[in-house]
Design a protein around this ligand. Structure first.
Ligand code: GDP
Ligand code: MG
Length: 730
């Protein structure tokens, strides 16, 4: 923040720039929504995919711009959120930071507060959830707390808006004040001694002093904070080297004397600082201290070793059935809407490329994506309920041990489930759901493996192939497909964590927040934000792709002479006296369509891929469908349908695609299994790829996922097909 010694005049921005900061679940968003209502928008912080919420409102004729910072427990450099939060505070220099502190969890929340104080930023504490604290028999003496911390403290209930006016009156008064000297904490003799030595060096060389107080920089160097070390290195490598040397001496000393790293010692002293404050008649308890609070009572059952997982399974299953059952009517309604649209266009426009493009390209493509919106909306709503009530944290807690083994984290569970871990889902929101993961490597491993789940778009294909070749054991094969997806995803994660994403697993530090009743407003805002992101991203990308695919399967069409041959055949048939002219014509049309498809760009690609794909048992038509699946898995069935209906005489009426595949000489159960495996595990669809690139912050990982998954799937399919041949089954 502002350097300590600044004699500069305080310039207060207009609108006043205020930032909400605090622990996750402390009520930031609730307060933010209360203040701004609909006058808010969500963006990203530069270069990372952490939501940045910004809103405007007026308070007593003062116009105020307010930012909802990501929730964090600390200001280390370990997670993206923490980096974003602290960079924002030092670079954007808000006029005032409102630190939202959960009164029912005071000690834990003040840990972050302490770090704001060390940073010397202009701070007002909003002591939130005093209603919850009161119910638990906790009374906090705010005046006393304010005096000890040296910053104003205002009790509020964000949910009802109680105390919010007083909070902003305080904020406005405080924002006129001149400087906010960093609070000086003591970190014990060794660290204090080291700080005494290095602070003057930092000040004399003006190392990062424009941005951070010297003491804070010193502390971060002792904490071995990567970001600050990099910045310091870039600013003045010579001085930094001597500072790092001092830090290493300290580390060595602490290791030998107390067997701890400086960061741990520093953290201990911060907690000590908090404890000493709280002990000074700041908190009184009106109930017995040892009483089990409601949350703890619930947790005794809900996270119980045996009953816990059963309850979890039941809740997840409920979420799943809720989503799919209640969204059906909307899905059907949308489907008939798009069908009606197609019919209307069909009857209005004359035949030709424009009509074909609008129907097959635009309406089918966009309809395919929008068709998922109800499912996604319901799924997000259900997840918002689990998240806002605090249950999601328990799921993560219970799954952590299993996931840990595979190099993932308890919080990876939800992305997997959202992506189709129970069957049906979507990797796009799944990929977005990885945002709850704090460690970048665990997050990346989750991000790259969630597309292995059986998303809603793969289900129709799986059903088709299983129906065609394994119809007697349909349920069993569907179940196996789900299990296989999990096994492959977890193994792949383990593999990635042992190779390209090698690194320590982070311990499960997320604390279990107390259970709360979610508010309807909060749920709707959460649901809508996420759904809208999906519509925006998917809608635009898919539109482009489906037009492209349509063009690839349509152009360049047949050369003139060949088209003339078919015309001639048609003429001959029409003028002949044959009894079944219609059948003959249909046959000719079919042959022409097949010739067209072969000659189209997509057809040529399909044929060109045969030399490789035949090892896995795929013919050129299947290849077209699979290539289409790179864009969106939805198109696999429709493309197979188009490719296989061609040249079949009694096309629409009697033969379903399922029967056609079952009868086709190119197909048999082994091919079916091989195609099934390929579809389950090859490259994620294009929308997912875009989402991965967005979340990972680079296209590198998106392309990696495309290549890695495709190669893996191909190897698997070839193995299946070749084994089938060896066993004499194919
Ligand atoms: P954030 O993670 O800091 O943005 O926290 P949220 O605003 O999402 O709040 C987390 C939960 O606490 C939500 O379920 C809120 O409804 C609830 N909540 C927020 N403020 C209060 C409050 O003052 N009293 C009570 N009882 N609940 C609150
Ligand atoms: Mg929030």
């Amino acid at each position: 923040m502002r350097p300590l010694d600044s004699q500069e005049k305080i310039t207060v921005n207009n609108p006043l720039h205020i930032t909400l900061a605090g622990n996750p679940n402390s009520g930031k968003t609730t307060l933010f929504n209360h203040l701004t209502g609909a006058r808010q928008h969500v963006g990203n912080y530069p270069g990372v995919t952490v939501d940045k919420k910004e809103g405007f409102f007026t308070f007593n004729t003062n116009s105020i711009r307010i930012i909802d910072l990501p929730g964090t427990y600390s200001l280390t450099a370990y997670s993206v959120e923490e980096l974003v939060a602290r960079d924002y505070l030092v670079n954007e220099k808000p006029d005032m930071v409102i630190d939202i502190v959960d009164a029912s969890n005071l000690e834990r929340n003040l840990y972050l507060t302490t770090q704001f104080l060390e940073l010397g930023i202009p701070l007002v504490i909003a002591l939130n959830m005093v209603d919850v604290a009161e119910k638990r028999g906790i009374k906090i003496h705010t005046q006393k707390l304010a005096k000890l911390l040296g910053v104003p403290v205002v009790p509020i209930i964000a949910r009802s808006g109680q105390g919010v006016d007083e909070l902003f009156t305080t904020v406005l008064t405080a924002s006129g004040e001149r400087d906010h000297p960093p609070t000086l904490l003591r970190y014990g003799p060794d660290i204090d001694e080291a700080l005494r030595e290095i602070i003057p060096r930092i000040e004399n060389s003006h190392l990062l002093t424009d941005t951070y107080p010297a003491r804070w920089t010193g502390l971060k160097i002792l904490e071995n904070d990567e970001q600050i070390l990099d910045k310091a290195q870039a600013a003045d490598s010579e001085v930094t080297r001597t500072l790092v040397q001092r830090s290493e001496t300290l580390t060595h000393h602490l290791q030998t004397t107390v067997d701890a790293f400086p960061e741990a010692v520093i953290a201990d002293h911060r907690y000590g600082f908090i404890k000493s404050i709280l002990r000074q008649e700041v908190v009184t308890r009106t109930f017995d201290n040892n009483r089990l609070y409601t949350s703890d009572k619930i947790d005794k059952i809900v996270t119980n070793r045996i009953i816990g997982p059963l309850i979890m399974a039941a809740i997840l299953f409920t979420l799943y059935s809720f989503t799919f059952n209640f969204s059906t009517f909307l899905v059907d309604w949308l489907a008939s809407l798009f069908a009606l649209l197609s019919q209307t266009v069909d009857s209005i426009l004359p035949d030709g490329p424009i009509k074909s493009m609008i129907i097959s390209g635009v309406i089918d493509g966009v309809g395919g994506v929008l068709g998922f919106v109800p499912i996604i909306m319901f799924m997000f709503f259900g997840i918002a309920v689990l998240e806002d009530s605090g249950y999601l944290a328990r799921v993560a807690f219970m799954m952590d041990r299993i996931f840990h083994f595979f190099g993932l984290h308890g919080s990876s569970v939800m992305p997997f489930i959202v992506s189709g871990g129970i069957a049906g889902g979507c990797a796009v929101p799944g990929v977005m759901a990885t945002r709850t993961l704090r460690s970048p490597k665990e997050r990346m491993a989750t991000l790259l493996t969630v597309p292995f789940m059986n998303c809603g778009a793969k289900l129709p294909v799986l059903t088709l192939i299983i129906g065609a070749f394994f119809s007697s054991h349909q349920a069993r094969y569907m179940f196996l497909a789900t299990v296989a997806a999990w096994i492959v995803a977890l193994m792949a994660a383990k593999f990635l964590r042992m190779t390209v994403l090698k690194g320590e697993s982070t311990p499960f530090v997320m604390e279990l927040p107390p259970y709360r009743f979610p508010t309807l407003k909060g749920l709707f805002i959460h649901t809508w934000e996420r759904t809208w992101q999906y519509i925006k991203k998917a809608g635009t990308v898919i539109l482009g792709i489906s037009i492209l695919l349509w063009a690839m399967m349509t152009y360049p069409g047949l050369p003139h002479q060949e088209a003339a041959v078919f015309d001639q055949m048609r003429q001959e048939t029409t003028s002949s006296q044959s009894a079944d002219i219609q059948d003959e014509l249909a046959k000719i049309n079919g042959l022409e369509a097949e010739a067209k498809l072969r000659n189209s760009l997509a057809g040529r690609i399909g044929i060109a891929l045969e030399p490789v794909s035949h090892y896995a048992g795929f013919d050129w038509r299947t290849n077209i469908a699979l290539v289409g699946g790179f864009a969106a898995k939805e198109v696999i069935v429709s493309t197979l349908g188009t490719a296989y209906s061609l040249g079949d005489i009694d096309s629409q009426n009697t033969t379903s695609l399922k029967d056609r595949l079952a009868r086709d000489p190119h197909w048999n159960p082994v091919v079916g299994l091989s195609v099934l495996a390929f579809i389950m595990f090859y490259a994620p669809c294009f929308v997912t790829i875009v989402a991965i690139a967005n979340e990972a912050g680079s296209w590198k990982w998106a392309f990696f996922s495309m290549g890695f998954n495709t190669v893996f799937a191909l190897i698997l399919s070839v193995a299946i097909y070749q084994a089938g041949i060896l066993l004499g089954l194919a």
